[in-house]
Design a protein around this ligand. Structure first.
Ligand code: NCD
Length: 364
């Protein structure tokens, strides 16, 4: 079951785009299938709620998001989108740089017929000294959902507490990045499963059986990377095996490890050994988060600790996948991009489907 925040409010992507009308297996035309897709999202337990931390979602919610994202993928393929969120407005409030998260949330809203207003640090009254609470309290008068990225961990929860309109945390400092974890999960099941992600998420049981025992190796800046914080917490509920590989100074925080310990096996390493590479199903690579370091020398010491090259991939299974939330700044050699196991650009594309699903479930 979905937990409201404790506040007053409270088959793999080919590069094909539009597919011309075809009859489906059950004899329906593409437009009939699309019409069905419009109706699927009503009555979710997420309706009207904020998503600040991944732990708010029950497993049924996660499966529902995965299924709806699969439907959104189909919808985009067959008609580009629909008008299910016509009349709704999304406020995109980004106080840290973003390419993928910001644009995919905006594209998601536009593809569902909604509209977008956007604010950044220099264009908002934060520059005049306004508090975050006051800014979001003002913006909620103009929108139906607010997407917030902020440099301070805890800012999303603070903002959600000040509002009664749903807020989606698009990354709060070194805290969490729940929509990224959901798109990562979607990508993992879509890449590893023989069927589509939507079918693999038919039920919580189906999802668990897809993921149980899979070895997910997270590499890089596990201390400051908010994507791996949310993803480790999410994956640990599906009985996976987690390998945390990082320099000593960039270890996964204890708070995250404690949450993982309840459902997953995990180990911690300072080297990406051949043994780890050979058993890994998903190699999740992260950028060393330069902006979180107080001292540039400390950053320079660890920034090239792990570089994934074709030689690294040569040691991995043929069925393994390499993921990265992007942007990358040298930790994956571009020569890896041609390898079919490099899933990071497909992962980025999935972000829009998952964010369409979140918006549909929260606003429909
Ligand atoms: C990540 C982020 O902002 O946390 N990027 C993203 O949202 N896709 C990862 C990063 O910046 O390294």
């Amino acid at each position: 079951m979905f937990k409201a925040v404790a506040t007053p409010l409270r088959r793999r992507e080919s590069n094909t785009e539009f597919t011309p009308a075809k009859r489906t297996a059950d004899g329906q035309s593409t437009s009939e299938t699309c019409a069905k897709l419009v109706k699927t999202a009503n009555g979710s337990s997420m309706r009207g709620h904020s998503l600040v931390a991944i732990g708010q979602l029950g497993l049924e919610d996660v499966a529902e998001i995965m299924r709806t994202a699969g439907q959104m993928h189909e919808l985009v393929k067959c008609s580009g989108g629909d008008n299910s969120l016509k009349g709704k407005v999304l406020a995109s409030v980004f106080y840290e740089p973003s390419t993928r998260t910001n644009c995919s949330f905006q594209a998601a809203m536009l593809r569902l017929g909604g509209q977008v207003i956007s604010v950044n640090e220099s264009s908002s009254s934060v520059a005049k000294g306004e508090t975050l609470s006051d800014t979001v309290r003002c913006l909620e008068c103009y929108c139906d959902v607010l997407v917030l990225r902020h440099p301070k961990a805890g800012a999303a929860s603070e903002a959600a507490a000040a509002m009664s309109t749903p807020l989606l945390n698009a990354g709060d400092g070194v805290g969490e990045h729940p929509s990224q974890a959901l798109l990562d999960l979607y990508t993992i099941i879509d890449e590893l499963s023989a069927s589509s992600a939507a079918l693999a998420a038919d039920s919580v049981r189906a999802l668990k059986s897809e993921l149980s025992g899979k070895v997910i190796t997270m590499v890089g800046d596990l201390k400051n990377g908010r994507t791996v914080h949310s993803l480790a917490k999410l994956l640990s509920r599906f009985e996976v095996v987690l390998r945390f590989v990082s320099p000593e100074s960039l270890r996964m925080p204890q708070e995250v490890i404690q949450q993982c310990s309840t459902g997953a096996q995990w180990t911690q390493h300072d080297r990406l050994t051949d043994d780890i590479l050979q058993e890994t199903d998903i190699l999740y690579v992260t950028r060393v988060q330069k902006e979180r370091f107080a001292n540039l020398d400390d950053y320079n010491e660890v920034k090239d600790a792990f570089i994934i090259s074709p030689a690294t991939l040569a040691k991995m299974k043929a069925t393994a996948r390499v993921m990265h939330p992007l942007p990358r700044v040298g930790e994956i050699d571009p020569r890896c991009d041609q390898d079919p196991r490099a899933a990071y650009f497909r992962q980025m594309r999935n972000g829009m489907y998952v964010r369409m699903a979140l918006l549909r479930l929260i606003l429909s």
